[in-house]
Design a protein around this ligand. Sequence first.
Ligand SMILES: C[S@@+](CC[C@H](N)C(=O)[O-])C[C@H]1O[C@@H](n2cnc3c(N)ncnc32)[C@H](O)[C@@H]1O
Length: 377
Amino acid sequence: MSKNKTLSDAKSAKNDEFYTQYADIQKEVNAYLDYNPDTFRGKTVLLPCDDPEWSKFTRFFAENFERLGLKKLISTSYAAASKKFKTPYQPSLFESESPQFDAAKTEVRGKIFVLDHDTNANGHIDLDDLEWKYLEGDGDFRSEEVCKLRDEADVIVTNPPFSLFREFLAWILATKNAKGAKQFLILGNKNAVSYTEVFPLIKDNMMWSGVTEWAGGMWFETMDSTDVDKVVDGKNMKNVASVWFTNLEHGRRHRPLELMTMADNIKYSRHKDIRGKGYFTFENYPAIEVPFTDAIPSDYDGIMAVPRSFLDKYCPEQFEIVGIAEGESGKELGLKPVPKELKKLNRSLRDGQLYYMKDGYPEKPFARILIRARRVK
Ligand SMILES: C[S@@+](CC[C@H](N)C(=O)[O-])C[C@H]1O[C@@H](n2cnc3c(N)ncnc32)[C@H](O)[C@@H]1O
């Protein structure tokens, strides 16, 4: 194996072991309930790729089973022996003290936790009513037994392994229920928006940003003690550029951005690149460069290239997404090739990239989404 491959495998193994905080799940899920209290009512929710004994996903959904009006909650965990990032294994007290504990299975089998009735007859369905057993296999989301659980579920919620994000999304979308695509609420890296498997879904409004704003990234508990950003209550925490992706409706995405006209931006913008200057037009694509989402001119009818973080503020009634000018998906734009003499001036400029001329020098913007205003006819 090449040294590079070994390094990137080690990195993705670590990236797969980030654990979501209870407050982050609570804040996100509560926003869907504010919009529609029946978002989860009567539904079967599956939490795959979890660690049910201490996952905050399982805890949150079990504790809120009645408030959400769930029909059934299922969560599955991945066997410790199958994880790429190894930490010393020790079954939890919860497991080792359970009557169904099995020393031969504990490390190599996944587990399934199910909650659908009041097992202790105390009048409530909650965390204490969760029932568990070992799965037949290791809990891989691609296994036949977990695929069956996916088929049974109405909503799939999790923070999937980062290294398998594309495969995980395809796995969710591979089955439909009576009402169409399965509903989902999952975490993924911001960069995922430019994947060929992801961008078309965003463009066609089949998936969008969740409620939590993108700025500042998110904090996760990490298992890798050699790569820690801060320690909180004895827990190693890492900041990651993760965002929620979903096809569940929420109110924030229907709130239009408040914007100024082009003339007002040029007069009053808080950005010195715009104030008194205006907007560049690309040489190889009929669009203007808008380097900040809050500098989008409200009265411009043509195509505008905006930062990727625009998707955090995207209101489909206000704008349509025309394309993307970065990553794998960007190749489809069919941009005119960059003349040789300009490539000599800016050696980082490649064919297939947007560029504009500034003081005789070809500049390329960072990742850009192409949008156009929707006008009420
Ligand atoms: C990013 S962590 C998130 C865990 C948990 N959902 C949370 O947020 O607290 C992803 C989890 O998926 C597990 N995993 C990795 N590959 C998997 C696979 N093929 N099938 C199921 N789970 C997998 C990892 O071991 C890890 O526990």
